[in-house]
Design a protein around this ligand. Structure first.
Ligand code: ASP
Length: 457
């Protein structure tokens, strides 16, 4: 049994729905379909989820929301009309959305989550209806009925363990089941959404629950490429990659697969295949527990901008017990999350996304560090980009790190920081944002265009 998840761009129009139906029909193993809300049809199009968020803010500010409401129904109607479906399905969608608004309009968080979730929910109803119209035995299944139970954190749900037991019952069902992605139900019965892009997470939870032989993740690219294609032209495809490698890459800017979506399938060792809805014959990228890395130690290079570093220096910091804890406590008090903390004898840097320091937090944090920790120097350095070189073969091979440092020196890029060792499968480098492209291009050349010379131990 396979679970096939279709992302927003794969279910954005009637034409895409037809492709999905073809894909479902060509493989009888595809018994469970998870869908996103309609995504973008063209570059400047607006995703359904964003339309729904705009609708919610109109409601919450007490403004008229008729226009936003209409835009949402029009999107579904275009799909339904293009598929020649009976018009009452869109009347039902409109009623369902109005019901949600009437029920939750006094509770901002619940309203936002329930309205957002309706994007996938109504799209799943539409998909099931369409598959039925083609004569398939298909059935919409609500996440509550499926047994997807989550923590009660609006917009940030995490799956509860009991879900896997409940989901196992879906194996007995004979129909093709269509489940909306992106949300589950709390034990109190509230609709709670995962973080943005979270339909990938639903697909993975369902695949783990039913012990699928494969979790197929359909999107709009033939395969995952090994580096950001806006930095390196036509980079190589990744044919096979491990869970650990994928997790590191998606954390650091690879947007193809949600970085929280692997966890559920990992323990069951269910392979994940990222495939293209527009070209389903292409083999795609296979994400597995283990791969033979003797010929390609490095799987990919991820990079992202928008970081900054809080640099703290104090003579004899290494001997001051509790210094690190008190420093991090200041961040915790301000609800700031950080990414890395490279440190030296007398210095420590905290690398974080710069958006974490807005709304006066920067001034408050610097002042407290200065006063409470009595440091010699504290400053924030902006304009930092992080690069992760990721590969299972890295720790057991000689010369992999040397290749990176050579690549930086050949490109004339100064390294702001290096972090190697905490993760067995990645090395992290910090460079100035202005030097990012040069650095990544040079690394790509070193790892993917030159013959493998590193020795495997
Ligand atoms: N529709 C949601 C979003 O745009 C979830 C998803 O598509 O995975 O974030």
């Amino acid at each position: 049994m396979k679970v096939a998840k279709f992302g927003g761009s794969s279910v954005a129009s009637a034409e895409k729905f037809m492709k999905v139906a073809d894909i479902v029909m060509t493989d009888q193993e595809r018994r469970i379909v998870v869908v996103s809300a309609p995504g973008k049809r063209f570059k400047d199009d607006i995703k359904m989820t964003d339309l729904l968020i705009a609708l919610t803010s109109q409601i919450l500010t007490g403004n008229s929301y008729a226009e936003e409401f209409k835009a949402i129904i029009v999107r579904y109607k275009e799909i339904a009309d293009g598929l020649k479906l009976k018009s009452y399905i869109c009347d039902e969608i409109a009623e369902n959305l109005q019901d949600i608004i009437d029920t939750y309009k006094e509770d901002a968080n619940r309203l936002l989550d329930s309205v957002k979730a309706s994007g996938e929910d109504n799209n799943a109803r539409l998909m099931a209806f369409y598959l039925q119209s083609l004569g398939l035995k298909a059935q919409y299944v609500n996440p509550k009925e499926a047994g997807i139970f989550v923590t009660d954190e609006p917009g940030n749900a995490q799956v509860l363990k009991q879900s896997y037991r409940e989901l196992a019952n879906l194996r007995e069902r004979e129909e093709i089941l269509v489940i909306p992605g992106f949300f589950g139900y709390s034990e109190q019965g509230n609709i709670v959404t995962f973080p943005r892009g979270g339909s990938d997470i639903t697909g993975s939870i369902v695949a783990a629950g039913v012990k699928a032989t494969m979790y197929e993740n359909f999107t709009d690219v033939d395969s995952i490429v090994c580096v950001n294609p806006t930095i390196v032209e036509k980079p190589k495809d990744i044919k096979e990659i491990t869970y650990r490698e994928m997790r590191e890459l998606s954390y650091a800017g690879f947007s193809v697969f949600h970085d929280e979506a692997l966890h559920p399938v990992v323990s069951q060792k269910i392979p994940v295949c990222v495939k293209n809805t527009n070209n389903p014959q292409a083999p795609g990228t296979l994400i597995v527990a283990e791969r033979d890395y003797s010929k390609q130690q490095v799987a990919g290079i991820a990079s992202d901008e928008g970081f900054c570093s809080i640099y703290v220096s104090k003579y004899l910091m290494n001997r001051e017990i509790g210094f690190g804890r008190r420093l991090l406590q200041i961040l915790e008090d301000e609800q700031i999350s950080y990414e890395h903390t490279p440190s030296g004898i007398d210095d420590m840097s905290i690398i974080l996304r710069k958006c974490q320091l807005t709304n006066g937090k920067e001034e408050r944090v610097l002042e407290r560090i200065q006063k409470e920790l009595n440091v010699d120097d504290v400053k924030v350095q902006y304009g930092l980009a992080l690069i992760m070189v990721v590969g299972e073969g890295m720790t057991s091979s000689v010369g992999v790190a040397a290749k990176a440092t050579n690549a930086f020196s050949e490109a004339g890029v100064n390294l702001e920081l290096i972090n190697q060792g905490s993760s067995e499968v990645s090395m992290m480098f910090g460079v100035k944002e202005t030097e990012l492209n040069k650095a990544v291009q040079s690394l790509y050349k070193a790892y993917f265009e030159q013959p493998v010379s590193a020795l495997t131990l």
